[in-house]
Design a protein around this ligand. Structure first.
Ligand code: NAP
Ligand code: ZN
Length: 352
């Protein structure tokens, strides 16, 4: 076992603060990665503040972070895909049973034994898993991703969650040329959704409650931008969307978006507000609309997404911060004030 530097929160109301955490020595199948950058996902904020307590309670202290990119420093004797010096990524999951129907289908995120990168039982050391706001991480090679060498690493980190969480439903619902796609919320997930849907040649419309983001939405690849509180602008799009991806992190009216779907259109929620959302039956019945959810993506699909981003030169637009600014970043994230993902330069942890 080794002790490594990390940032953790001691309670739902405590700031993140320096600490040390244990990491296992790599087993035969494990890869040890020195973390270079870690993105800040809104799920980190929901978890640190225990906002999802009804569904998944947070165990303290929590070390968040599941958008991890770094360099391999050690590998176990049975590891075949990685060697010391390689770039490597870790996303939201670090383990699954590998044998269930979901794992066999490449959908490890739905495995009943799936272990998330933080706040889930750690079968090696006991306690819970600790995430990427730390010096290093030790992960079974099945859950370690290869990183394209041509991309900026600070902007790659968010692909490991925000990238795959938007790539997977866009692919699942057949977003291609000729399809009209809405992205609701221009934050970490939303801006990746815009970049990816644009790269898939769809007609992309961004819905934002922040009018000042309009110009950025167009620059990121949107064909049109709608300020969601403007009723006239919303009505122009009634019954016209094949697919809408909702990335909003807080309570909001999804009926306004269901009404914009064309016949057989689908709205998929990836945003995970803690409170239930109301659905008017007539907004589904009318056009045989469907409402779905989606959770990150499987490991093979995550690799496919990273390779796609490598080929198309796609990274997240990031504000790089030292870890010492993480609490300030959380306050800004809670106000939708980030362009468009914070990425922590983990070299800063050495300064603590
Ligand atoms: P984020 O960067 O904070 O983006 C969320 C965006 O939602 C904001 O930028 C804002 O966009 C919009 N928004 C926020 N509050 C709003 C409100 N009160 N009314 C209307 N719009 C509002 O967060 P993120 O990291 O992209 O994560 C988004 C959500 O997805 C979170 O709930 C997170 O936990 C969840 N998530 C789910 C998965 C999954 O697998 N399903 C994976 C990762 C994250 P505008 O300013 O443009 O309106
Ligand atoms: Zn995330």
């Amino acid at each position: 076992m080794q002790n490594v530097k990390a940032y953790s929160a001691a309670s739902a109301t405590s700031p993140l603060a320096p600490t040390t955490i244990p990491r296992r020595d790599p087993t035969e199948q494990d890869v040890q990665i020195e973390i270079l950058f870690c993105g800040i996902c809104h799920s980190d904020l929901h978890s640190v503040r225990n906002e999802w307590s009804e569904f998944v309670a947070t165990e303290y202290p929590i070390v968040p972070g599941h958008e991890i990119v770094g360099r391999v420093t050690k590998v176990g004797s049975a590891v075949t895909k990685f060697k010391p010096g390689d770039l490597a990524g870790v996303g939201c999951m670090v383990d699954s049973d590998g044998t269930c129907e979901n794992c066999k289908d490449g959908l490890e995120q739905f495995c009943p034994e799936r272990i998330l990168t933080y706040n889930e039982p750690d079968k090696h050391l006991g306690g819970v898993t600790y995430g990427g706001y730390s010096e290093n991480i030790v992960v079974d090679e099945r859950f370690v991703l290869r990183i394209p060498s041509n991309l900026d690493l600070a902007g790659v980190a968010p692909l490991l969650c925000a990238g795959i969480t938007t790539f997977s439903p866009l692919r699942h619902w057949g977003v291609t040329k000729g399809k009209k796609v809405g992205i609701v919320g221009l934050g970490g997930l939303g801006h990746m959704g815009v970049k990816l849907a644009h790269a898939f040649d769809a007609h992309v419309v961004v819905f934002t409650h922040s009018p000042e983001k309009k110009a950025d939405a167009l620059r990121l690849g949107a064909d049109e931008v709608v300020v969601s509180r403007n009723q006239d602008e919303m009505e122009k799009h009634l019954g016209s969307f094949h697919f809408i991806l909702d990335t909003v992190s807080a309570r909001h009216d999804i009926n306004a978006y269901l009404a914009l779907l064309r016949r057989d259109g689908n709205l998929t929620l990836v945003g995970a507000p803690p409170e239930p959302l109301n659905v008017a039956a007539f907004n589904l019945i009318g056009g045989r609309h469907s409402l779905s959810g989606s959770a990150i993506g499987g490991i093979a699909e995550t690799q496919e997404m990273l390779d796609f981003c490598g080929e198309h030169n796609i990274t997240s637009d990031v504000e790089v911060i030292p870890i010492q600014k993480v609490n300030e970043a959380y306050d800004r994230l809670s106000k939708s004030d980030v362009k468009y993902r914070f990425s922590i330069d983990m070299a800063s942890l050495k300064g603590d």
